[in-house]
Design a protein around this ligand. Sequence first.
Ligand code: ATP
Length: 591
Amino acid sequence: MSASTSPKKSPNSSTSTLQEAIDLVIKATEEDKNKNYAEALGLYESAIEYFQYAMKYEMPTERAKESIQAKCQQYIDRAEKLDEYLKKPPNSTTTFQEAIDLVTKATEEDKKHNYTEAVRLYESAVEYFQNAMKYEMPTERAKESIQAKCQQYIDRAEKLDEYLKKPPNSTTTLQEAIDLVTKATEEDRNHNYAEAVRLYESAVEYFQYTMKYEIQNEEAKESIRTKCQQYIDRAKKIEEYLESKNNIGSDTDDDSGSTKRKMMDKMEGVIVTEKPNVRWDDVAGLEGAKATLKEAVIMPIKSQHMFTCKKPTWTGILLFGPPGSGKSFLAKAVATEAVSSTFFSVSSPNLISKWIGESEQQVRALFDMAREHKPSIIFIDQVDALLASRSEKESESARRIKTEFLFQMQGVDNQNDGVLVLGETNMPWVLDSAIRRRFEKWVYIPLPEAPARTSMFRLNLGDTPNSLNDQDYKELGFSTDGFSGADINIVVREALMQPIRKVQSTTHFCKVSAPSSNNPNVLVHDTLTPCTPDTPGAMEITWEQVPWDKLHVPLLSMNDMRKSLANIKPSINEEDLERIKKFIEDFGQEK
Ligand SMILES: Nc1ncnc2c1ncn2[C@@H]1O[C@H](COP(=O)(O)OP(=O)(O)OP(=O)(O)O)[C@@H](O)[C@H]1O
């Protein structure tokens, strides 16, 4: 700290030195705030001298002395910090701008999967931020926010570091990527869209890492790339949807607009207005159910002009049947094919947990919106969770939701014309009898028969390259008695992983003739594919030792399907089926 002279004061001076010291501190703080650090430093130093003089000659009380000393210490600290800052070489590089530039570069490298460089840059950026905070003295609030940001960069650098430290042959990233996609799809299905987007994005990141460091084979890479593009597209679509939903809520500034917006906010995760993309042809089998729904839902919407007098429409249709039999899937097809209608999809379990306490208001808002946007379809997934028989144990809130639903479904003065409530349940027997009556039409969705199961295998495999023939598909259909559509979906997903696993786990490769990876029209005879040790010409090598352009990932085969089938059992048990059978005996399949 630079030396300064004692205040030139006479003991008789009219202004007290203490007052002058205080004035100096006020000025010092002002200059400090205006970043005139040299001026601030001089003023702090003078103020300290004045305070010390005052303490010596103006004899304040002991308590005042103590407080002055504490204050002086603060000014001394601040002055020292300023002094240190001012002594920094003029071209010092510890500036915020440089720290920010480093973070920008780190993020770029991170995105390009140059993780080693990204870690280095993140770490340097944090160091620069810390130095800058020391010398450039931001406000406390700015400091807090910089520290929080730094923590994020440290976390990211640690995560990347962890990746980089994995043994070079590690195959776990691929598994992690697959797990992430599985979770993303689940969240997506449960309408937890924000979480689904996050998971899809992480999965893509993991896949990209495996493509860079783990997988050399171009075919496998190509297939992963295609999948990644699907996940990116899906994440984008969800983001667009979330944005558009916010816009629906913000399209008016008046009171009713803002109330609607509040309602929409509360409904987030509970109601989805996005149109699914499932066509009739995507639904295997269920021809009877499709015909009923076409007649009951699509026809009245499509040909309104045909019905000049009373329209034969239904206001409540219930799809019931065993779990995973395609009820929701079929409802999605209805929503897609009923082009001009608005689709509201409500997940009952989410609704119950999120609307507790606000129940009837939200139910009313849902129906109001449906009426406003008619023709519309309100699809209620797992309607049993929402509208089960009244019981002693149910909460007051659940009771109120149910009562309001009953009231709204009933509608007054034809106000529900053009609004269809489409419910689905796998436990129709638990429904409240009044609710059962509100669903005027019941459609049974059974487990698929063999031909429908065969179609499901075809639909699920889509255009994935495979070596299955018609006979294999038939066999798959026949050998999966008791499997639901959801079970078959799992079997196929599991089978799709087999070729990649085979490549990664095999100990031997042998030469086969296959299209060249550089030109698929040319057949080459030296590509390597997994084989058993006793195959003639088998070489004991791992997949990492095979040059990428020579690796031939085996096509998905019937054996892969059989392997997958051996591990997956039907999810519906006899007891569930008995219960449904009994219900049909009591109430019939359709009404
Ligand atoms: N008939 C079908 N055609 C094609 N795919 C089907 C069919 N049925 C089911 N699936 C597949 O199974 C998945 C699960 O089906 P879905 O969610 O419709 O079952 P659900 O009957 O609504 O089950 P839950 O009663 O448990 O709600 C679908 O996403 C679809 O991939």
